[in-house]
Unconditional design. Structure first.
Ligand SMILES: Nc1nc2c(ncn2[C@@H]2O[C@H](COP(=O)(O)OP(=O)(O)OP(=O)(O)O)[C@@H](O)[C@H]2O)c(=O)[nH]1
Ligand SMILES: [Zn+2]
Length: 202
């Protein structure tokens, strides 16, 4: 496996002090991060999230998607629980990278939806791989999870990696007028479970 653990430090946040564990994927050069909160017990199901990088949503306050809202809600939920984890995976733009995501946004500004834009650029709708999660979870001591996600592919990816998903917890936050059709496309074309959202033309 090409995932190499590098170092651990404290990460103070508005919700509490996390521990931040850095990993290097020596095959791709990608630098991934695992956050943990509290003392993790590998025998217990752990509240957590697998979060894919979204520079625009996570760091630049974009309202085009729900990523930043989900990131904050997940970190807050984990801190309130007193125990849990978040894997921050550097697979920007569902794996196509930042500049290609901006190309995809350009096509979306001209009328394509999020899936059509990827396809027009010659990519699959979702290019993410999840082979880094098992070594990362092994290192931080997680074997069973209560996973905060609306994405059934993440649940399958975890199960395929041998991690027991004891529960899927919906994470439906941040809907606004700029991301409503994006969220709807995720629900109708990418299979996301968005039951708590109601879309305008339904
Ligand atoms: N190609 C592309 N990627 C996007 C677009 N909008 C957001 N993304 C990326 O989609 C990914 C969303 O990842 P996550 O927050 O883990 O969410 P998810 O896989 O939809 O599943 P949840 O766990 O339900 O949030 C990030 O990598 C974003 O950069 C878009 O319009 N096009
Ligand atoms: Zn996003």
């Amino acid at each position: 496996m090409s995932i190499k653990y590098i170092a651990t430090s404290k990460l103070p946040t508005p919700w509490g002090v996390f521990a931040m564990h850095g990993f290097e994927d020596t095959a791709t050069g990608k630098e991934h991060v695992a956050l943990t909160f509290g003392q993790l017990d590998p025998t217990q199901p752990m509240l957590g999230r697998i979060h894919s990088e979204c520079l625009t949503g996570d760091a630049l306050f974009s309202l085009r998607c729900d990523c930043g809202f989900q990131l904050q809600a997940a970190m807050q939920n984990v801190a309130e629980k007193g125990q849990g984890f978040l894997l921050y995976l550097r697979q920007e733009g569902r794996g196509i990278g930042l500049l290609n995501k901006i190309r995809a946004y350009e096509l979306q500004d001209a009328g394509a939806n999020t899936v059509e834009a990827n396809l027009q650029l010659g990519f699959e709708a979702d290019m993410r791989k999840y082979d880094m999660i098992l070594p990362m979870l092994e290192k931080i001591g997680v074997t069973k999870v209560r996973l905060m996600t609306n994405n059934p592919r993440k649940v399958t990816a975890m199960q395929d990696a041998g991690i027991e998903v004891v529960e899927r917890i919906p994470l439906q936050v941040g809907k606004n007028r700029y991301n409503e059709s994006y969220l709807k496309t995720k629900s109708t074309e990418l299979g996301h479970m968005m039951s708590e959202y109601h879309f305008h033309d339904e």
